[in-house]
Every structure is written in structure tokens, then in C-alpha cells.
Ligand binder design. Structure first.
Ligand code: PAD
Ligand code: ZN
Ligand code: ZN
Length: 376
């Protein structure tokens, strides 16, 4: 029996409060309105950003359905949707691409003004929610919300991908992989033969390591306080790894020592802490070094730093979702994965049934996982 046009009752993991486990609830998912798409989620990764919300460092309105790194199948579409149809395999887009705003029209931009990241409203573009639980409306997360069997997104926030692609792998293209890989290849534009340092060797940082390697960097230094991350970093292209806890000096001085007093050409922050953002900046060459922030800054945080770090010529950049224009790029990244241009398997350390979502978060927090993929 077709579910199109009807409310769907299904399971979702609801974030009612910060610093509390998610609760698997039965929720109601309304049909898609005009220009909206309802998706049956089949696989979703757990990203550090979902964890920042639960830990309280990334402030969002609650209750909310988190999750944003996913893949699924279109269940039904609202009036006027032409980009996808029921049955299409898709990736929801945490950064939409409307095609009309100035970032969409600028060749270097990707942060479409329709995004719900810079000022999280937690609603569909029309200001309402498609989710209810126990009579209460639930917020959406960054245009996606994927910790649910069904979600509704705007047509600007979904893209069709190759139906042959394994959804439980390519879901990582929805966030973690694309973020790190794109930060190296597009935002920093790492050059052949250069020296790079990647701060934080989780799913995002390891993907930046892969991007630096793909760009032909000759030295890639991984930095993490959890040395159990080093073996995988080396497997993916890091030439050496350092643990800041092993040194008395600040890590930026250690990196200068390791590079004959020059500093690295490119540094990447994939942690989400202000002190490591400054350390990454200070680690790169004082004149032509570039440092890229990928870690989501804690809400309402401020950075105080010596402006001499920039005066001498360093470049400090940020990168959301690797700078990719998501609608244009994600299907190509999926094709590249299918064409074996990069791997995703090493990033997926656990695959768990959706019901074990809190276990997946525990694995991330304890440093025992890179990516847990939840399947439905
Ligand atoms: P993760 O928790 O898997 O990885 C973080 C890594 O940082 C872990 O290996 C930690 O051991 C390490 N770490 C923690 N503290 C320190 C420290 N003081 N010094 C060195 N290493 C440390 O998360 P992730 O890889 O999924 O995400 C990393 C960040 O990137 C996080 O802030 C997340 O919110 C952000 C992110 N940004 C985007 C974007 O579009 N810019 C996309 C996805 C994730
Ligand atoms: Zn746009
Ligand atoms: Zn993410």
C-alpha cells in the first residue's frame, strides 16, 4: 500500500535534552509539501558534529532529530519536485544548493544562503516542522535529520546518486569524507610536494589526510592526543604522527622543529576547539602557510590571538563540507568512489543496527571508532 500523501509512523532517535542518551521513539512524519522530498533513510553515519550537539558545545533548539551523514531512497515527493522521483537513491545535503543565491552563483562559494548551519532554526525553509512525537513538534537538523527511518527535506537539500552505490558506505560522502577530502583538495588546494599537518584524526581529519595524499603532499603529519588513531592515519597516507601530550613545548613549536624551523605549508583543524585552531594556524609557515578550520567552533566561543600570526602573510580559512557545491559534487564523488579513486572502508570501524545508536555515540566519545554506520 502506498504511503505517499499520508503521515508515516516510524522509529526515530530523539534528542530531548543535551548530555542525555537519545531516545528511540515512535514519531509521525508528515508528507512532503510543495518542493519537498520524503526519504526512507537506509544508512547514516555518526559524525563529530552530532556529538557536539549532544555534549552541548553546538547549541541548537531541542527536541531535535539529529543526524546528517546519510543515504536512502525517495519514498514520495511534493508538488513541483523534478530533481528526484520515488525510488531514486539519494544523499540528503547538510548544505543545500539552491543555485540562485550569491554563494551558489560564485564559483568559489558553497555555503548556500538556504543553509541551516550558521544560525540553526531547526525547521524546514517555510518555518515549520514535519516531525511530531507525543504531540510535540521536533526540530530538523541542518536541512537533513537522518536518525529516523523517514525524513523530509527541501528539494534543494537532496541529490540523486548512482543506484548501484552501496548506501552503507557512500553515506559518508554526505559529510565526514567530503569535508576532509574537500578541505585539502579545494579549500587549501594542497600542492604537490608540500608538507601538511592534520589536527584531529577522526573521520574528518583522516579524510583530510586522504585529500593531502591525493594532492601529492610529500609529508603529512597527523596530530592527535589519542595515539590509537595513528595506525589508521598512516595506512591512509600520514607519513608521521605526533601526540601533543608527549611534549612539554606547544605542539606548534614541535611542528616547527620537525620542519627545520619552517612550519608546514598547510594545516587543518578537525577537532572543534579554539586552542587547537590557533595551534594549527601557528604551525604553518609564517609567510605563505595556509590553515583551514573544519572543526565546528563551540557556540558563542571567541578567539584571542596574536595578529602577527596573520600579519606576516599566513592565510586562515574555514571550510564547510569541504567547500563542495553539494548537488554538483556529491554524485561525482559517488562515481569516483565506485571508480575506486578513493576508499571509504577504512573510515567505517563499526556498522550497527539503528537501535544501537547510543552505543555508536559511546564508541565515538571513547575514541574507539572512526565512523559508526547505523543501518535500518
Ligand atoms: P571525531 O571526534 O571522530 O574526531 C576528533 C579527533 O580529535 C579525535 O581523534 C580526538 O582524539 C582528537 N582530539 C580531541 N582533542 C584533541 C586535542 N586537544 N588535540 C589533538 N587532537 C584532539 O570527530 P569528526 O572527525 O567526526 O569531526 C571532527 C570535527 O570536524 C568536529 O568538530 C566536527 O564538528 C567537525 C566537522 N566539520 C564539518 C564541516 O563541514 N566543517 C563537517 C563534519 C564535521
Ligand atoms: Zn544557494
Ligand atoms: Zn558531519
Amino acid at each position: 500500500m502506498s504511503t505517499a500523501g499520508k503521515v508515516i509512523k516510524c522509529k526515530a532517535a530523539v534528542a530531548w535534552e543535551i548530555q542525555k542518551p537519545l531516545v528511540i521513539e515512535q514519531i509521525e512524519v508528515a508528507p512532503p509539501k510543495d518542493h519537498e522530498v520524503r526519504i526512507k533513510i537506509l544508512a547514516t553515519g555518526i559524525c563529530g558534529t552530532d556529538n557536539h550537539v549532544l555534549s552541548g558545545t553546538f547549541a541548537v533548539p531541542l527536541p531535535m532529530i539529529l543526524g546528517h551523514e546519510a543515504a536512502g531512497v525517495v519514498e514520495s515527493v511534493g508538488e513541483g519536485v523534478t530533481c528526484v522521483k520515488p525510488g531514486d537513491h539519494v544523499i540528503p545535503l547538510a548544505v543545500p544548493q539552491c543555485g540562485n543565491c550569491s554563494p551558489c552563483q560564485n564559483s568559489r562559494g558553497n555555503l548556500c544562503t538556504q543553509n541551516d548551519i550558521t544560525r540553526v532554526r531547526g525547521l524546514m525553509p517555510d518555518g515549520t516542522s514535519r516531525f511530531t512525537c507525543k504531540g510535540k513538534a521536533l526540530h530538523h537538523f541542518v536541512s537533513t535529520s537522518t536518525f529516523t527511518e523517514y525524513t523530509v527535506v527541501h528539494e534543494n537539500a537532496v541529490v540523486k546518486i548512482d543506484a548501484a552505490a552501496p548506501l552503507e558506505k557512500v553515506c559518508l560522502i554526505g559529510c565526514g569524507f567530503s569535508t576532509g577530502y574537500g578541505a585539502a583538495l579545494q579549500t587549501a588546494q594542497v600542492e604537490h610536494g608540500s608538507t601538511c599537518a592534520v589536527f584531529g584524526l577522526g573521520g574528518v581529519g583522516l579524510s583530510a589526510v586522504m585529500g593531502c595524499k591525493a594532492a601529492g603532499a610529500s609529508r603529512i603529519i597527523g596530530v592527535d592526543i589519542n595515539k590509537s588513531k595513528f595506525a589508521k592515519a598512516k595506512e591512509l597516507g600520514a607519513t608521521e604522527c605526533v601526540n601533543p601530550l608527549d611534549y612539554k613545548k606547544p605542539i606548534n613549536e614541535v611542528l616547527f622543529d620537525m620542519t627545520d624551523g619552517e612550519g608546514v605549508d598547510y594545516s587543518f583543524e578537525a577537532i572543534g576547539r579554539t586552542d587547537t585552531m590557533i595551534a594549527a594556524l601557528a604551525s604553518c609557515h609564517e609567510n605563505f602557510g595556509t590553515s583551514v578550520i573544519m572543526g565546528v567552533p563551540p557556540s558563542a566561543s571567541k578567539i584571542c590571538f596574536d595578529p602577527m600570526l596573520l600579519f606576516t602573510g599566513r592565510t586562515w580559512k574555514g571550510s564547510v563540507l569541504g567547500g563542495w557545491k553539494c548537488k554538483d559534487s556529491f554524485p561525482k564523488l559517488v562515481s569516483d568512489f565506485m571508480g575506486k579513486k578513493f576508499v571509504l572502508n577504512p573510515l567505517i570501524t563499526q556498522t550497527l543496527p539503528f537501535e544501537k545508536i547510543n552505543e555508536g555515540f559511546e564508541l565515538l566519545r571513547s575514541g574507539k571508532s572512526i565512523r559508526t554506520v547505523l543501518t535500518f
